[in-house]
Design a protein around this ligand. Structure first.
Ligand code: AMP
Ligand code: GLY
Length: 358
């Protein structure tokens, strides 16, 4: 099988590494890739948001499977784009269409979805400039700290957690007036969940699903989990404080109802699901959905996979996921980021440059 993997992070390196070991692989391209993917695949200089260029490449190289790593192309409809083009009727695509990616692309949609399907999450109110007064009153009704989330994609920067009520009220006003651009036209106000955070991953073909285990990323720059947030300094899988009983609870209360809910809403979701969770005294609460794998979590989740990834993805894309097995190694995997000076501010600039402007 000839595969094109879209993205340029550590996540794509982990996926490329695993795919490169597949007996079923004949050629692997990564757009745009990075220094790591170059060692196991062929990098091609195409921006993940340039759907036309990706389509021309897929057509000219007779690519059979498209695997989408990052959220932005998913939320902006890369699957819909390929499905609308008659040339790609038999192309297998890993990643949901824009309807499914709204789980990540709109926090308001995600909260509504969880409410409709009885999935545990923190109490919330969605605020626009029309019901700003109601938003201020809702803030008043909460205990600090206050959680304010821009509805749309904001490159991981759209969530504010503030201790002071006056500051929360001021931030709400600023968000509604363009602090995060269009992403903040709607703001989701949320009750603060007290617990310990972790992520759980799954793969679904829209009907059945496979659990891919838990992981935790450590985002703060300093030793001992101190200092400013980064894109992730490292990760571990499985998560030591999420035992099998907790993972089963997540499967019962979160993963299965999510897959069933998507189906009930007529959303044909084929791809990865990433559940951002809070473990509150042993009970899982969903903090966020992502329509993709995590970065750096993929670096610790994918190496635990004890089966060939390519047939698993193929079965998922063709709706036969139920027929294949998925086994995970019980041993721990740990990833540590090595970074240049100046992180987080300087490193973010480098990452953006590498991924999007190459
Ligand atoms: P998100 O982009 O939704 O993952 O939010 C960014 C971070 O904010 C999360 O990783 C959590 O650490 C924190 N967070 C988000 N929502 C809540 C909440 N309701 N309660 C506590 N912490 C939260
Ligand atoms: N590591 C968090 C994320 O990928 O969103």
């Amino acid at each position: 099988m000839r595969v094109l993997l879209v993205g340029g992070g550590g996540r794509e390196h982990a996926l490329a590494w695993k795919l490169s070991r597949s007996e079923r692989l004949t050629k692997l391209y990564v757009a745009p890739g990075n220094a790591g993917t170059r060692a196991v695949a062929e990098n091609v200089a195409i921006n993940p948001m340039d759907f036309e260029a990706l389509a021309d490449f897929v057509a000219s190289r007779r690519v059979e499977m498209l695997v989408v790593g990052p959220e932005e192309p998913l939320v902006r409809g890369i699957r819909d784009f390929f499905e609308a083009d008659g040339r790609f009727g038999s192309l297998l695509i890993v990643g949901p269409g824009s309807a499914g990616a709204r789980l990540e692309g709109s926090k308001d949609f995600a909260k509504g979805f969880m409410a409709r399907h009885g999935i545990p999450t923190a109490a919330h109110l969605t605020v626009t400039r029309e019901n700003e007064e109601e938003g201020l009153a809702f803030l008043q009704s909460l205990r600090p700290p206050y959680v304010l989330k821009a509805d749309g994609l904001a490159a991981g920067k759209g969530v504010l957690i503030v201790n002071d009520l006056e500051e929360a009220r001021r931030e709400l006003g600023e968000m509604l007036r363009g602090k995060f651009g269009d992403a903040g036209e709607r703001v989701v106000l949320e009750e603060f969940a007290r617990g310990i955070e972790l992520s759980v991953f799954a793969l679904t073909d829209g009907r059945s699903y496979k659990m891919l285990g838990s992981a935790k990323d450590y985002k703060r720059v300093g030793d001992g989990d101190t200092g400013p947030n980064t894109g992730g300094m490292g990760a571990v899988s499985p998560v030591p404080f999420a035992d099998e009983a907790f993972e089963r609870l997540v499967e019962e209360r979160v993963v299965r109802p999510t897959v069933e809910g998507l189906r009930a809403e007529g959303i044909d979701y084929r791809g990865f699901l990433f559940f951002g969770l809070m473990n509150v005294d042993g009970e899982p609460l969903v903090i966020e959905y992502n329509a993709r794998l995590g970065d750096p979590e993929t670096e610790v989740v994918i190496p635990r996979l004890r089966v060939d990834l390519l047939p698993l993805l193929e079965a998922m894309a063709t709706g036969r996921l139920r027929e294949v097995e998925c086994r995970l190694d019980a041993r721990f995997r740990v990833a540590v980021a090595m970074v240049g000076g100046g992180i987080p501010a300087a490193a973010v600039a480098v990452w953006k440059y590498r991924v999007w402007r190459r």
